[in-house]
Design a protein around this ligand. Structure first.
Ligand code: FES
Length: 108
């Protein structure tokens, strides 16, 4: 499998997660306040809650349900109740396209 188009760079608003689904894999895309684009698994590991409905704070994405914040860089939860990481994906930019391979997660 190779990287595929997830969305346009111009579709991403700063600190506003965008949910995409690639090959059945739900992924939250986040452009942070530094302009860096992150791709993180959309399902909270505490409950089956969509993280793209949560809140971006710096380099974290916080689940709205019980407040676990996940690192956008590593997928690790930084506080309870979640204790298992979510996957993070490598983001490639090609012109105005955001490309992700949903079968390959970042080694962190
Ligand atoms: S469902 Fe996300 S912290 Fe509980």
């Amino acid at each position: 499998m190779s990287a595929q188009r997830a969305c346009a760079v111009s579709e991403l608003e700063q600190d506003t997660p965008l949910l995409v689904e690639l090959d059945g894999v739900p992924i939250a895309l986040v452009k942070d306040s530094d302009g860096e684009i992150h791709a993180i698994g959309d399902r909270c590991t505490h409950g089956d809650i969509s993280l793209s409905e949560g809140f971006v704070e710096g380099k974290t994405l916080e689940c709205w349900a019980h407040g676990s914040a996940f690192s956008l860089d590593t997928g690790m939860p930084l506080n309870l109740p979640a204790y298992e990481p979510v996957p993070v994906y490598i983001v490639q930019i090609d012109g105005d396209d955001v490309l992700i391979d949903p079968t390959v997660t970042k080694e962190v």
